[in-house]
Every structure is written in C-alpha cells, then in structure tokens.
Design a protein around this ligand. Sequence first.
Ligand code: LLP
Length: 425
Amino acid sequence: MGGVDHDVLDLFPDSARIKGATLTLGGLTADELAAEFGTPLVVYCEETLRARARSLRAAVTGGHVAFGAKAFSNVAVLKLFREEGLGVDVASTGELAFARAAGFRGDEIIVHGNNKDAALLAEAGAEGATVVLDAPDEAELAAAAGVKRVLVRVTLGVDADTHEAIRTGHHGSKFGLPVTQARSLIEGALECGLDVLGLHVHIGSQLADFDAQAETIVRLASFAAGCRDSLGWVPKVADLGGGFGIRHNTDEHAPDAATLAAGAVETAQTAFREAGLPTPEIWLEPGRSLVGTAGVTLYRVGAVKRLPERTWVAVDGGMSDNPRPQLYEAVYTAVSATRADERAGEHVSIAGMHCESGDVLIDDVALPTPHRGDLLAVPATGAYTLAMASNYNGVTRPAAVLVGDGAARLIRTRETIADLLRAEV
Ligand code: LLP
C-alpha cells in the first residue's frame, strides 16, 4: 500500500486504490484524470454513489428516500439516484429545475424553504410536488398556488451535536415552527383543503451521533398524538430530514448512515406505537451521506514555501471550491496522488490560492516532501463543495467527472472566464 495507510484510504470512495505511486479512482489514475480534465477536479465514484443509495433505500423498507439535492445539485448525479429509486428534495426554483432536468416528476419531488417565493410555490403546484410548509401563512399561499400535498415542518427544541451554523432543530431556529404554531398551521392547511400528509423534522447536518435524532423522533410522536387529540388528524408520513455525518479525516467518527437510518425507522415505529398512533411511513432526505464520500478533489501543487513557522503548500483552488473550512471549521486531509508510495514524512499546511490569509484548506497534514507539480487528493469532498463554490477572485468553478470501470464522464464542465464575463454589463 506504499506510503498511504489504510485508515486514510477508508475516507475515499469504494473504487479508490493505490497502485505503486498513484491513486486510482474508478480504475483511472489521478494523473490521467488531471491531464484530461484539468484541476481542481471533483471526481465522483459511480460505484459509491449507487452503493450508498441502495443501502439507504434498503434501510427504510416501506419508506422513502429523497436525495437532498443541495449537497450536490448535478443533473447526472440526480439521474443516477432516480435510476436507483430515490426521490429528491429541492429548496429553490433552481434546484427544482435541476430535478426536472434529471427526470424527476410530481410526487417524487419534495419542496423545502423557510421563505419560498411565489415562483417556487407556483412551480411546485404545477408540478404536483409535495411542499413542506414552513411559515404561518404558507398554507393559504400554497393552496392558492395549486399545491395539493403538504407536510408541516415542526421545530421540537432539540440541540443537535454539530456546528452551530448547521443546527436547525433548536428553539429559535429560522426553520420550521414551534409546536403551537405548527399545530395552527396544520389546522389552517386542513381548512384550505390541502392533503396534509404528515410532519417534517430536520435537526441539523453532519450529526455526530443519534441521540438528538432519537429524542426528536420521540417528541415528534408526542406532538403527533397531541394533533390527533386536538385536531382529530393523524400523520401518515414522518419525514425525518437528512443529517447523517461522514468522515472527512481519520480522527473523525461517523456511524454508518444506513445503520442510523434503520435505527430511525425502528425508533419511530416504537415511539408512534407507544403514543397509540399507527406507524407512519418514514421518509428521509439524506444529502451528504449519499455524495460526500463518493467525491474526491484533485488539486495541483504550485508554490511551496518553507518558513520557520510552517511549510506552505499552495494548491490551484481553495475557498472558492471548498468553503467548508472557513464556514464550519471543517478539517480535511490529503494524500499525494502521484507519489503515494513515498513516506508521508513532512507536516505541511495546504493553502488555497485566494487573496486572504484565512484561505487555508488544511492546517496540518503529513505528505511526502511536496514539489511543484504534484497532485493532491482531498477525500470526502463530494458534498457541499461544488454546491457552495464561488467565483471569489474571479476564479472559475471546477469541473466534475463521474468515474467507473476505467472510464470517466464529464458531468459538469469547468467554468470559463467567458462565463464570468457574460454576467457583466
Ligand atoms: N433536508 C433538509 C430540510 C435540509 O435542510 C438538509 C440540509 C437536508 C435534508 C440534507 O442534510 P444532509 O443529509 O446533507 O446533512 N452547507 C452545510 C450543510 C447545510 C445543510 C443544509 N440542509 C455544510 O457544508 O456542512
């Protein structure tokens, strides 16, 4: 296995191998991929995407899994998940357009948003999508827009163990409504003649453990029992949102998403039974756990600066293609994709190429003595990277490819300077 240890390889997609000095993905060397498509390049492993989709679906038999498209809204990936029998969760007219372009229709689509605009509600209505109501006056707006089926998002006051920027189930959250207001919203939606299928909760993303999720499910069942008693209404669906975490570095722990999903189904069955309610159909909306580990970013090393304080290894991307270190203090790791057989003996910092000191991709990682021209591979970068990419410093957003069985297919073209100039007046 050369200089790269097994632990690190666990963070990579299923098809990743080290062959001599080279990392291969989907049967292609990192060198070949970089030569053909340029860098930075996000490489998605088809085998991993399909395997994650299948294991999550299998974990919620009788339920429904919708891909949280915000993690990576890409038509090819959406199509692949549709082939695997997943639905899709969208949060804007843009994501809805991507879902439609991938072939999703009607009740395969769940529409989210704490502030849906008129266009989104109208398109959801015309599409026959399921809309998750998330504001006190949204039942009337949705009904007027022709929406038929809805869920109601409730906030149950559970603090999830994750970065505060991606916590959503606590009291005071901008998402969902607290119980009393959520109950009024259900009542209003019923009065509007909407088919109120059920309830929705999503307590946060990159959840470190299942405790908060389990507590939420128990509170949800008790809220549902209250709705039965006061409104004579019982949810047919409990949509538990997304949130399963993935590992970005070897120090991080993340329970297997399919195991957690199966646990959520079981917890819900017990909690609803104990509340004297029929078991609802369980829906899940995983994003990160479907695409995160499937994606690897390849960067080309440029300037190497050896300072008394530290050694900087600068790459040809940074916070414009992955802002997660800046936004969530996310800690990534990297391996040399071209000298993987050499001992990782030097501790370095990976700098981005942007004009600010905070543009540090990885604070500390051990690599073989780095040289200009090396390729670096950063694993677990398939979720919320390209999806949140920017054009800071006039940098174009990277390309993405799908690899498998020794072939690569471009699934997103590299942006060009001409694309950037097109928006200028
Ligand atoms: N459902 C709803 C209603 C959501 O708000 C989200 C994520 C998901 C499903 C999917 O959650 P996942 O399984 O991916 O955790 N940009 C942040 C993550 C923001 C998550 C937003 N909502 C990051 O890079 O960590």
